[in-house]
Design a protein around this ligand. Structure first.
Ligand SMILES: *Cc1c(COP(=O)(O)O)cnc(C)c1O
Ligand SMILES: [Zn+2]
Length: 429
């Protein structure tokens, strides 16, 4: 079963009066709210459409501030109705927005901010989207949540299913980073490791979704799941004092969250939640050169993306056939952003620069983001007073292997004060 008839099951769509329907991003065809992500007319991607008049009646800066310190403070712009259902939450979101004075000084940016999403329950921004997907799934009677994953999504699905008492099935490429395997299996989901790339895994799961009644976060639940990404941009605006930044830098894998950050900024403007006169930020994408199909299309002036075979240590963003690639290209161009890539060497430097200058240990995707930020700053993209926000989407301990060889080799000294002082003098001279 790939779709679930909610009207049949409940007599109405229990997703809140503020959710209108699903709408196709390509052809505009509308369908009722159910577990599906593909337009029956044109196979385009489906999105949640809200009844914005109802949302406007419910939401205000005050109602948001009175909500929990999690993504659920923005419940009126998420596709579940909390009057009907409890969220499945581990406290995801409302992560720190840090004024990066040291890194900013190095890059000539006085108003550089880092959205530190390494601080989520399982260490990546995926907790935002999985919290929404799992809540929607339970609300609609599903008992198993599943995913195709490059690692972080598997961690998150396994953890949220454990917390909710749901079943989890995660399908991953067999060569994931060890920390991501451990960080998934600890929650005892059903894990299927596939001898292939993420793109192979994704294709298999697309076929599998038609044979089982599981909620696949990034497939049949994608319209709901992806809405959770918006909270990263809602929070950024709220934490800047209800203002949108001039530019946002986002790592791009499938492009799913990139597209939703644009949607989020539009909602904040249209609902009057940000200061009047707020303009859309420039949206800039970051990729690793070893898997940079969107950056390649951007610099070639193309409007579509040619799939590639990924070869990069930035595993969490190694998607060679990005489903939302064309929309990323369009949004970057429309808003005055760019999509750029960095080498493996540069991404490791990005991890080190972020750690040394701001005390944040990011995974490889964060290294990509910071390295793109650094390259653009060096190339003179900004004058200095612009508000630029970089989204740091994953925690460093998960990909510590990538920087292990850069740590100094330590030979112990004898356990005496003299030896310690001598070593110290030797090290700082
Ligand atoms: C999944 C992921 C991304 C990219 O997300 P898309 O929406 O697929 O573009 C970025 N950073 C991290 C750490 C991720 O896990
Ligand atoms: Zn369509």
């Amino acid at each position: 079963m790939s779709t679930i008839s909610l009207l049949e099951r409940y007599g109405r769509a229990p997703s809140g009066a503020h959710v209108a329907c699903l709408v196709c991003r390509a052809c505009g065809h509308e369908t009722p709210v159910e577990a599906t992500n593909i337009c029956e007319r044109c196979f385009g991607p489906l999105e949640v459409r809200y009844d914005y008049e109802e949302v406007a009646r419910r939401i205000s800066r005050e109602s948001i501030a009175a909500g929990p310190s999690s993504i659920w403070r923005y419940r009126d712009l998420l596709p579940v109705d909390l009057e009907e259902t409890e969220p499945i939450t581990l406290g995801e979101g409302f992560t720190p927005l840090i004024h990066a004075r040291n890194l900013g000084a190095e890059l000539g940016l006085r108003n550089l901010y880092l959205k530190n999403d390494t601080q989520n329950p399982t260490g990546s921004f995926k907790d935002r989207v999985v919290s929404v997907a799992a809540t929607w799934a339970r609300e609609h009677g599903l008992t198993t949540i599943a995913c195709a994953s490059t690692g972080n999504l598997a961690n998150s699905v396994a953890a949220y299913a454990a917390h909710a008492g749901m079943r989890a099935v995660v399908v991953v490429p067999s060569d994931l980073e060890p920390a991501k395997m451990i960080g998934t299996s600890i929650f005892r989901p059903t894990i299927i490791a596939v001898d292939g790339s993420y793109d192979d895994v994704n294709r298999l799961c697309t076929e599998l979704a038609d044979c089982v009644d599981w909620g696949f976060c990034n497939l049949n639940l994608r319209p709901y799941y992806s809405e959770g990404s918006k909270t990263l941009t809602f929070e950024t605006a709220e934490q800047l004092g209800w203002r949108l930044p001039d530019e946002i830098i986002v790592p791009v894998a499938s492009g799913c969250q990139f597209v939703k950050h644009r949607k989020a900024a539009g909602e904040l403007i249209d609902l009057g939640l940000v200061d009047s006169g707020s303009r859309l930020p420039r949206f800039t994408g970051a990729q690793a050169l070893g898997c940079s199909p969107v950056a390649t299309a951007f610099s070639g002036g193309e409007t579509t993306v040619v799939p590639v075979r990924p070869a990069t240590i930035a595993r969490s963003i190694a998607i060679g056939n990005p489903s939302d690639g064309a929309d990323v290209l369009r949004i970057a161009r429309e808003t005055g952003g760019v999509v750029a890539s960095v080498t493996e060497e540069e991404l490791v430097e990005g991890i080190e620069l972020l750690a040394a200058s701001e005390g944040i240990f990011a995974e490889t995707a964060g290294g990509v983001t910071v390295a793109v930020l650094r390259n653009l700053a060096r190339a003179g993209r900004w004058e200095g007073d612009e508000t630029v926000v970089a989204y740091i989407t994953g925690a460093g301990l998960k990909t510590a292997d990538c920087v292990a060889s850069r740590a100094p080799v330590l030979t112990p000294v004898p356990a005496s004060l003299r030896a310690v002082r001598e070593r110290y003098a030797g090290l700082i001279s």
